[in-house]
Design a protein around this ligand. Structure first.
Ligand code: SF4
Ligand code: SF4
Length: 306
Protein backbone atom coordinates (compact mmCIF):
# COMPACT_ATOMS: atom_id res chain seq x y z
CA UNK A 1 0.00 0.00 0.00
CA UNK A 2 1.20 3.53 -0.76
CA UNK A 3 3.04 5.06 2.18
CA UNK A 4 1.09 8.31 2.46
CA UNK A 5 3.20 9.48 5.41
CA UNK A 6 6.48 9.04 3.51
CA UNK A 7 5.04 10.92 0.53
CA UNK A 8 3.83 13.83 2.64
CA UNK A 9 7.23 14.20 4.31
CA UNK A 10 8.88 14.07 0.94
CA UNK A 11 6.60 16.86 -0.26
CA UNK A 12 7.75 19.10 2.63
CA UNK A 13 5.25 18.52 5.44
CA UNK A 14 6.39 17.76 8.99
CA UNK A 15 3.59 15.30 9.66
CA UNK A 16 0.06 14.38 8.70
CA UNK A 17 -3.04 12.72 10.04
CA UNK A 18 -5.33 10.32 8.21
CA UNK A 19 -8.85 10.51 9.60
CA UNK A 20 -12.15 8.86 8.66
CA UNK A 21 -14.61 10.91 6.60
CA UNK A 22 -17.32 12.12 8.96
CA UNK A 23 -19.76 15.05 9.13
CA UNK A 24 -18.43 18.21 10.78
CA UNK A 25 -21.14 18.13 13.42
CA UNK A 26 -19.83 20.52 16.11
CA UNK A 27 -18.26 22.83 13.59
CA UNK A 28 -21.51 23.08 11.63
CA UNK A 29 -23.37 23.93 14.82
CA UNK A 30 -20.88 26.72 15.60
CA UNK A 31 -21.11 28.01 12.05
CA UNK A 32 -24.88 28.11 12.25
CA UNK A 33 -24.49 30.13 15.46
CA UNK A 34 -22.51 32.71 13.43
CA UNK A 35 -19.12 32.07 15.05
CA UNK A 36 -17.14 31.84 11.79
CA UNK A 37 -16.37 34.15 8.90
CA UNK A 38 -18.99 34.02 6.07
CA UNK A 39 -16.36 32.63 3.67
CA UNK A 40 -16.85 29.28 5.45
CA UNK A 41 -20.38 29.14 4.02
CA UNK A 42 -19.49 27.05 0.91
CA UNK A 43 -17.89 24.30 3.02
CA UNK A 44 -20.03 21.18 3.04
CA UNK A 45 -21.41 20.15 6.45
CA UNK A 46 -20.95 16.54 5.44
CA UNK A 47 -17.93 15.86 3.19
CA UNK A 48 -19.41 12.47 2.23
CA UNK A 49 -21.89 14.33 0.02
CA UNK A 50 -19.20 16.33 -1.75
CA UNK A 51 -16.63 13.51 -1.97
CA UNK A 52 -18.66 10.27 -2.12
CA UNK A 53 -15.60 8.43 -3.52
CA UNK A 54 -13.30 9.33 -0.58
CA UNK A 55 -12.68 7.18 2.47
CA UNK A 56 -10.06 9.29 4.25
CA UNK A 57 -9.31 12.89 5.14
CA UNK A 58 -5.63 13.77 5.09
CA UNK A 59 -4.59 16.75 7.18
CA UNK A 60 -0.97 17.80 6.68
CA UNK A 61 0.98 20.06 9.01
CA UNK A 62 3.47 22.65 7.73
CA UNK A 63 5.18 24.39 10.68
CA UNK A 64 6.91 27.74 10.45
CA UNK A 65 9.06 29.88 12.73
CA UNK A 66 8.08 33.51 13.33
CA UNK A 67 10.37 36.31 12.12
CA UNK A 68 12.34 38.23 14.72
CA UNK A 69 10.56 41.32 13.39
CA UNK A 70 6.96 40.78 12.35
CA UNK A 71 6.04 44.45 12.11
CA UNK A 72 5.89 44.28 8.31
CA UNK A 73 4.37 40.86 7.70
CA UNK A 74 4.09 37.64 9.69
CA UNK A 75 6.12 34.64 8.52
CA UNK A 76 2.83 32.73 8.44
CA UNK A 77 1.97 34.20 5.02
CA UNK A 78 5.03 33.14 2.99
CA UNK A 79 4.83 29.79 4.85
CA UNK A 80 1.20 29.29 3.85
CA UNK A 81 2.20 29.78 0.21
CA UNK A 82 4.98 27.18 0.58
CA UNK A 83 2.49 24.83 2.26
CA UNK A 84 0.07 25.28 -0.65
CA UNK A 85 2.80 24.23 -3.09
CA UNK A 86 3.81 21.31 -0.85
CA UNK A 87 0.23 20.03 -1.10
CA UNK A 88 0.36 20.40 -4.89
CA UNK A 89 3.48 18.19 -4.93
CA UNK A 90 1.86 15.69 -2.59
CA UNK A 91 -1.33 15.40 -4.67
CA UNK A 92 0.76 14.76 -7.78
CA UNK A 93 2.78 12.06 -5.95
CA UNK A 94 -0.38 10.39 -4.62
CA UNK A 95 -1.96 10.38 -8.06
CA UNK A 96 1.25 8.93 -9.56
CA UNK A 97 1.00 6.16 -6.96
CA UNK A 98 -2.56 5.37 -7.99
CA UNK A 99 -4.32 7.09 -5.07
CA UNK A 100 -7.14 9.42 -6.02
CA UNK A 101 -6.63 12.59 -4.00
CA UNK A 102 -8.12 16.08 -4.17
CA UNK A 103 -7.34 19.22 -2.25
CA UNK A 104 -10.18 20.01 0.17
CA UNK A 105 -11.00 22.85 2.51
CA UNK A 106 -11.71 21.21 5.84
CA UNK A 107 -12.43 22.65 9.31
CA UNK A 108 -9.14 21.14 10.43
CA UNK A 109 -9.14 22.62 13.94
CA UNK A 110 -12.45 20.97 14.69
CA UNK A 111 -11.37 17.70 13.14
CA UNK A 112 -8.00 17.49 14.86
CA UNK A 113 -9.31 18.65 18.22
CA UNK A 114 -12.20 16.17 18.10
CA UNK A 115 -9.64 13.34 17.81
CA UNK A 116 -7.61 14.73 20.69
CA UNK A 117 -4.88 15.94 18.33
CA UNK A 118 -4.02 19.43 19.47
CA UNK A 119 -5.79 21.71 21.91
CA UNK A 120 -8.13 24.62 21.31
CA UNK A 121 -6.92 28.00 22.52
CA UNK A 122 -8.72 31.23 23.42
CA UNK A 123 -7.27 32.88 20.29
CA UNK A 124 -9.28 30.32 18.22
CA UNK A 125 -6.14 28.59 17.02
CA UNK A 126 -5.12 25.01 17.56
CA UNK A 127 -2.07 24.23 19.68
CA UNK A 128 -0.05 21.27 18.45
CA UNK A 129 3.16 20.03 20.09
CA UNK A 130 5.94 20.91 19.32
CA UNK A 131 4.93 23.81 17.06
CA UNK A 132 2.51 25.64 19.35
CA UNK A 133 0.11 27.49 17.06
CA UNK A 134 2.83 28.16 14.47
CA UNK A 135 1.79 25.88 11.64
CA UNK A 136 -0.21 25.93 8.45
CA UNK A 137 -2.52 23.08 7.53
CA UNK A 138 -3.45 21.69 4.14
CA UNK A 139 -6.22 19.16 3.69
CA UNK A 140 -7.11 16.57 1.05
CA UNK A 141 -9.68 13.85 0.50
CA UNK A 142 -8.27 10.45 -0.46
CA UNK A 143 -9.56 7.14 -1.84
CA UNK A 144 -7.37 4.52 -0.13
CA UNK A 145 -7.51 0.76 -0.75
CA UNK A 146 -8.62 0.33 2.90
CA UNK A 147 -10.81 2.68 4.93
CA UNK A 148 -8.94 4.34 7.83
CA UNK A 149 -9.77 3.91 11.49
CA UNK A 150 -7.98 6.56 13.50
CA UNK A 151 -6.32 5.50 16.72
CA UNK A 152 -5.34 8.51 18.83
CA UNK A 153 -1.58 8.97 18.97
CA UNK A 154 -1.65 11.75 21.52
CA UNK A 155 -3.40 12.52 24.78
CA UNK A 156 -5.65 15.59 24.57
CA UNK A 157 -4.39 18.31 26.92
CA UNK A 158 -5.73 21.63 28.21
CA UNK A 159 -2.99 24.06 27.17
CA UNK A 160 -4.72 27.46 27.27
CA UNK A 161 -4.86 28.82 30.81
CA UNK A 162 -7.05 31.78 29.80
CA UNK A 163 -4.36 34.26 30.88
CA UNK A 164 -6.08 36.97 28.82
CA UNK A 165 -2.90 38.25 27.10
CA UNK A 166 -4.22 37.54 23.60
CA UNK A 167 -7.48 39.28 24.46
CA UNK A 168 -5.58 42.38 25.61
CA UNK A 169 -3.73 42.84 22.30
CA UNK A 170 -6.67 41.87 20.08
CA UNK A 171 -8.75 44.28 18.00
CA UNK A 172 -11.86 42.90 19.73
CA UNK A 173 -12.45 39.37 18.44
CA UNK A 174 -11.17 37.32 21.37
CA UNK A 175 -13.73 37.22 24.13
CA UNK A 176 -12.06 34.74 26.52
CA UNK A 177 -13.06 31.24 27.55
CA UNK A 178 -12.92 30.07 23.89
CA UNK A 179 -15.52 32.67 22.77
CA UNK A 180 -14.72 34.53 19.55
CA UNK A 181 -16.40 37.16 17.38
CA UNK A 182 -15.06 36.97 13.81
CA UNK A 183 -16.64 40.35 12.98
CA UNK A 184 -14.03 41.97 15.26
CA UNK A 185 -11.03 40.04 13.92
CA UNK A 186 -8.86 42.35 11.88
CA UNK A 187 -8.55 39.66 9.19
CA UNK A 188 -12.17 40.18 8.21
CA UNK A 189 -11.72 43.98 8.29
CA UNK A 190 -8.65 43.92 6.09
CA UNK A 191 -10.65 42.10 3.46
CA UNK A 192 -13.30 44.82 3.69
CA UNK A 193 -14.20 46.99 0.78
CA UNK A 194 -13.36 49.58 1.96
CA UNK A 195 -11.33 48.86 5.10
CA UNK A 196 -13.22 50.55 7.97
CA UNK A 197 -11.59 53.70 9.40
CA UNK A 198 -10.80 52.22 12.85
CA UNK A 199 -9.17 49.16 11.25
CA UNK A 200 -7.08 51.42 8.98
CA UNK A 201 -5.87 53.32 12.04
CA UNK A 202 -5.07 50.06 13.86
CA UNK A 203 -3.28 48.41 10.96
CA UNK A 204 0.42 47.90 11.59
CA UNK A 205 1.34 45.09 9.20
CA UNK A 206 0.32 43.52 5.91
CA UNK A 207 -2.22 40.73 5.44
CA UNK A 208 -3.34 40.45 9.05
CA UNK A 209 -2.07 40.67 12.57
CA UNK A 210 -0.61 37.71 14.38
CA UNK A 211 -0.27 39.37 17.76
CA UNK A 212 -2.59 36.86 19.45
CA UNK A 213 0.03 34.22 18.63
CA UNK A 214 3.23 36.10 19.40
CA UNK A 215 1.94 37.21 22.78
CA UNK A 216 0.87 33.71 23.84
CA UNK A 217 3.24 32.42 26.55
CA UNK A 218 2.56 28.82 25.50
CA UNK A 219 4.09 29.27 22.05
CA UNK A 220 7.76 28.44 21.27
CA UNK A 221 10.06 31.44 21.62
CA UNK A 222 12.38 30.68 18.68
CA UNK A 223 12.48 33.22 15.84
CA UNK A 224 14.37 33.56 12.55
CA UNK A 225 15.67 36.77 10.94
CA UNK A 226 13.21 38.25 8.48
CA UNK A 227 14.69 37.53 5.01
CA UNK A 228 15.91 40.57 3.04
CA UNK A 229 13.74 39.46 0.12
CA UNK A 230 10.60 39.65 2.27
CA UNK A 231 11.60 43.09 3.55
CA UNK A 232 12.19 44.48 0.09
CA UNK A 233 9.34 42.80 -1.82
CA UNK A 234 6.67 43.45 0.81
CA UNK A 235 7.77 46.97 1.58
CA UNK A 236 4.53 48.98 1.20
CA UNK A 237 6.08 51.52 -1.18
CA UNK A 238 7.57 48.72 -3.32
CA UNK A 239 4.07 47.25 -3.59
CA UNK A 240 2.65 50.63 -4.58
CA UNK A 241 5.33 50.91 -7.26
CA UNK A 242 3.86 47.78 -8.89
CA UNK A 243 5.98 44.75 -7.97
CA UNK A 244 2.97 42.42 -7.91
CA UNK A 245 4.73 39.47 -9.59
CA UNK A 246 7.46 39.31 -6.94
CA UNK A 247 4.85 39.56 -4.18
CA UNK A 248 2.88 36.74 -5.80
CA UNK A 249 5.93 34.49 -5.71
CA UNK A 250 6.27 35.08 -1.97
CA UNK A 251 2.70 34.91 -0.70
CA UNK A 252 0.74 33.41 -3.59
CA UNK A 253 -1.79 34.83 -6.06
CA UNK A 254 -4.65 34.92 -3.63
CA UNK A 255 -2.97 37.02 -0.95
CA UNK A 256 -1.16 39.20 -3.49
CA UNK A 257 -4.42 40.13 -5.25
CA UNK A 258 -4.67 43.96 -5.49
CA UNK A 259 -7.97 44.02 -3.58
CA UNK A 260 -5.97 42.76 -0.62
CA UNK A 261 -2.28 43.64 -0.93
CA UNK A 262 -2.43 46.94 -2.80
CA UNK A 263 -5.32 48.16 -0.66
CA UNK A 264 -3.40 47.35 2.51
CA UNK A 265 -0.10 48.76 1.22
CA UNK A 266 -1.84 52.13 0.69
CA UNK A 267 -2.87 52.20 4.36
CA UNK A 268 0.36 50.79 5.76
CA UNK A 269 2.52 53.26 3.85
CA UNK A 270 0.54 56.06 5.53
CA UNK A 271 0.64 54.51 9.00
CA UNK A 272 4.41 54.22 8.68
CA UNK A 273 4.73 57.87 7.66
CA UNK A 274 6.20 56.92 4.27
CA UNK A 275 5.99 60.25 2.47
CA UNK A 276 7.92 58.66 -0.41
CA UNK A 277 4.64 56.88 -1.19
CA UNK A 278 2.86 60.14 -2.08
CA UNK A 279 3.73 60.17 -5.83
CA UNK A 280 2.41 56.58 -6.19
CA UNK A 281 -0.71 57.39 -4.18
CA UNK A 282 -1.46 60.43 -6.36
CA UNK A 283 -1.08 58.27 -9.45
CA UNK A 284 -3.37 55.62 -7.99
CA UNK A 285 -5.95 58.29 -7.21
CA UNK A 286 -6.15 58.94 -10.96
CA UNK A 287 -6.60 55.29 -11.92
CA UNK A 288 -8.01 53.43 -8.89
CA UNK A 289 -10.10 55.95 -6.96
CA UNK A 290 -13.25 53.92 -7.58
CA UNK A 291 -11.72 50.79 -6.02
CA UNK A 292 -9.56 52.26 -3.28
CA UNK A 293 -11.06 55.73 -2.72
CA UNK A 294 -11.45 55.48 1.07
CA UNK A 295 -7.95 54.08 1.59
CA UNK A 296 -6.38 56.66 -0.74
CA UNK A 297 -8.17 59.53 1.01
CA UNK A 298 -7.03 58.23 4.39
CA UNK A 299 -3.41 57.73 3.30
CA UNK A 300 -2.96 60.96 1.36
CA UNK A 301 -4.47 63.13 4.07
CA UNK A 302 -2.33 61.45 6.77
CA UNK A 303 0.88 61.77 4.77
CA UNK A 304 0.21 65.38 3.79
CA UNK A 305 0.16 66.21 7.50
CA UNK A 306 3.43 64.34 8.13
S1 SF4 B 1 -2.42 34.14 25.40
FE1 SF4 B 1 -3.24 33.09 27.22
S2 SF4 B 1 -5.47 33.09 26.90
FE2 SF4 B 1 -4.53 33.51 24.93
S3 SF4 B 1 -4.34 31.55 23.89
FE3 SF4 B 1 -2.41 31.90 24.98
S4 SF4 B 1 -2.66 30.94 26.96
FE4 SF4 B 1 -4.70 31.12 26.10
S1 SF4 C 1 -5.58 37.99 14.36
FE1 SF4 C 1 -5.53 39.96 15.48
S2 SF4 C 1 -7.66 40.69 15.50
FE2 SF4 C 1 -7.71 38.50 14.91
S3 SF4 C 1 -7.98 37.40 16.79
FE3 SF4 C 1 -5.77 37.56 16.55
S4 SF4 C 1 -5.16 39.46 17.63
FE4 SF4 C 1 -7.40 39.48 17.34
Amino acid sequence: MTDVFALLKNAGFAEGFLLPVAPYTNWTRHRNDGVFHPNTAPLADDPRELYPWANAVLICVYPYTPYDDETLVASYYPASNRAYHAMKRLLAALNENGVRAERAETPYREQLASYGIGSRMDNQLLFLEPYGTYFNVQGAMLALPEPVAYTPRREPKEICDHCGLCQEVCFGAIKGDYAFDWTRCVHSYLEGDPIPQDAMEWMSELLGCMCCQTVCPKNPKETIPIPDEVKSVLDPVAILSGNRREAEKLVGKNLAAPKRLLRQAIVLAANRGRTDALPYLSKLRETESERFGAELDYAISLLQKA
